[in-house]
Design a protein around this ligand. Sequence first.
Ligand code: ADP
Ligand code: MG
Length: 444
Amino acid sequence: MLGNQILQLLKQEIPQIEYERYIKQLRYDEEASRSDIAVFHAPNPIIAKWVGTRYAQKLSHLFELKTGVKPSIVVEVKNRRKKATAPKQGEFMEVPAAKSSSKSTILNPSYTFESFVVGSSNQFAYTAALRVAEKPGEQYNPLFIYGGAGLGKTHLLHAIGNFNLTRGKQVIFTSLEQFMNQFTHHLRNHTMDRFRDKFRNCDILLLDDIQFLSRKEETQKELFHTFNELHGAGKQIVMTSDQHPKKIAGLEERLRSRFEWGLIVDIQPPELETKIAIIKKKCELNGIQLDNDIVNYIAANMGNNIREIEGIIIQLNAFANMMNQNITLEFAQNVVKNQLKERTENITIDDIVKVVSKELNVKPSEIKSKSRSKNIVAARRIVIYLARSLTPNSMPSLAQYFGMRDHTAVSHAMKKINEIIDKDETFKAKIEELSHKITSSGSE
Ligand code: ADP
Ligand code: MG
């Protein structure tokens, strides 16, 4: 059955524990599904919500890869399906734009300006997004929002879209990946007219995760023309990325310069207070009660990725419901610790190489090479040091990874880094920052 095949595909892409806990519990409803709507049943509202917020887009995308049609994903609690009701919080449904026939407008109705908590880390991005929503095409065009994973970029994009749906604007929300897949699909089927018709006839184009444009020359070319057409007609374009346009490698100069025409704003990791306010807001929206000491504990220990923080809240609530218990601080501490442990268990040396090479501006291949140039040796030592503390690799297995003769070179690298850490506070902070980046990057 198609739905089951899709769940199997998803299984390969997500951590096993999440598959076991959530996805495995889903049942595909073949009867209720159509090519443009896929219905799954979940055993309880928590699993439905979890799948809705976390996996609906991915599921929809997998369907599209398989069938060429991108369905809306509806996750319902078994036996409680009512036809054509508004989606509950956390459920995903295709939201038809007023007077619109656009099929790619998949907006999450719970990502609004009202549900976005503003703090100094995201104030600028929030204000710019709100301005653009109020006066699309008039002031900041394009608006470019960048920042790390789970900091609210996609949320703001949806908020702009939701704000305008009720004002009769044609809104298209698409991830760069979807844009690219549709482009390839239409190119292959000689239906580029339809593709252009769709993307060049909207009032607001919301493009998520534009960093994936990197080195995709054909897609860049198409986007360049789309951009010109929309911008020339005074239509609004909003983009997000994990980095500033200047830092996206393999991006054509003419596109980069256009991305910089309007306003570029960043979102910083939230300060503790903002994190606490976000947790409280999420609890309120999901009808979850957490004591202040638990909220504070989560905020202080969970890192900056709000998506992960939300995951913890939902898990806590799920366990408490299943076991019919109140959530105690001790219980919350265990769940948080387990989550952090799971995260480090999934880290590989390659992940570390990736982060370190990006931060220190050397190529991954150089780190893995035998090069003796100073900055490369330094980067390699840092990778070794971090791999020892963040992965279960032994010294001999690290030596093998780097093609070293034996583990003495590895222990030498460890010694060198420990020496610097002991006398150089700045270096120590840098290592901590890298370590944090690595442990919090696994969620994307
Ligand atoms: P990004 O696109 O930057 O990776 P998302 O926009 O997907 O991050 O946000 C991840 C989750 O965190 C979403 O559920 C979003 O609602 C939530 N979130 C992030 N920032 C905020 C905020 N300031 N207020 C409320 N929720 C937030
Ligand atoms: Mg995002």
